[in-house]
Design a binder for this molecule. Structure first.
Ligand code: BTN
Length: 239
């Protein structure tokens, strides 16, 4: 992988998408300051300049169909969780791809794909925001960082290279059962009875998250013993 550090950019994902034709697979665009970071569901991603990791990994010619693209979430989520493990911090994945430590969000991802005419993924831009050294989150009650968890500070460049080494190690197993199992094992609230909102039927229910199916759907077993399967935006967590 080849990392290019940018001083200031609107969004590393937007920049990677603009420059996609010219960027070789394995290019990583990282920014010290992102002025218009983009998050899930059209939200913004704000971080203090120079304190956190905000970067996008460009991958091309992946052996994935559009339906299999969810595996990139598994890969990126497991890589972030392993990186945090290495720092002594236990992280969980709030399905599909928010990374939480002790109930607070430390990392989020925005994965944007382009499709080839045959339905395969032509390119993926895997955008990751990982809070490293920021200590205060005035507008975000539910956010945290590695420094908040450990009381230490970390050089951003070395941290990114460490993360990328883990990511690269996992890449050959992109379609493996093992990766899906590692992802399932990290799911927030896995094996614990909790309440959910089925957004398809507008019904609240109690159940236990068991893992993800091969097609990426989340499997929650309700109290009647029925396995309920959900795609993104079909279920939400209740407190
Ligand atoms: C979310 O949890 O809402 C996803 C946040 C994704 C943020 C990262 S930061 C690097 C990349 N560039 C962006 O504009 N967004 C992603």
């Amino acid at each position: 992988m080849k990392t290019v550090w940018l001083h200031t950019i609107d969004s590393t994902n937007s920049e990677a998408l603009r420059r996609l034709p010219e960027l070789p697979s394995g290019t990583v665009l990282a920014a010290y300051d992102q002025t218009a970071g983009r998050g899930q569901r059209g939200n913004s991603w704000f971080t203090e300049p120079g304190r956190n990791l905000t970067f996008s990994i460009v991958l091309k010619n992946l052996p994935l169909s559009a339906l299999e693209a969810i595996r990139l979430n598994y890969l990126a989520s497991v890589a972030v969780a392993s990186f945090l493990d290495g720092k002594g911090v236990k992280a969980h994945v709030k399905w599909p791809n928010d990374i939480y430590v002790s109930g607070k969000k430390i990392s989020g991802m925005l994965i944007e794909n382009t499709l080839a005419p045959d339905g395969r993924l032509a390119a993926a831009v895997i955008g990751i925001g990982l809070n490293i050294n920021q200590r205060e989150f005035p507008q975000l009650a539910n956010a945290t960082s590695l420094a908040c968890c450990t009381g230490r500070e970390y050089p951003l460049e070395d941290s990114l290279e460490e993360f990328l080494a883990l990511f690269e190690d996992l890449l050959p197993g992109l379609s493996s059962e093992e990766l899906r199992d590692s992802y399932s094992a990290r799911l927030f609230r896995r094996g614990v009875s909790a309440r959910y909102h089925d957004l398809l039927t507008d019904e609240e229910f109690e159940g236990i998250i068991e893992g993800v199916e091969a097609d990426g759907r989340l499997r929650i077993r309700d109290l009647r013993g029925t396995a309920r399967l959900y795609r993104f935006k079909e279920v939400s967590y209740l407190l």
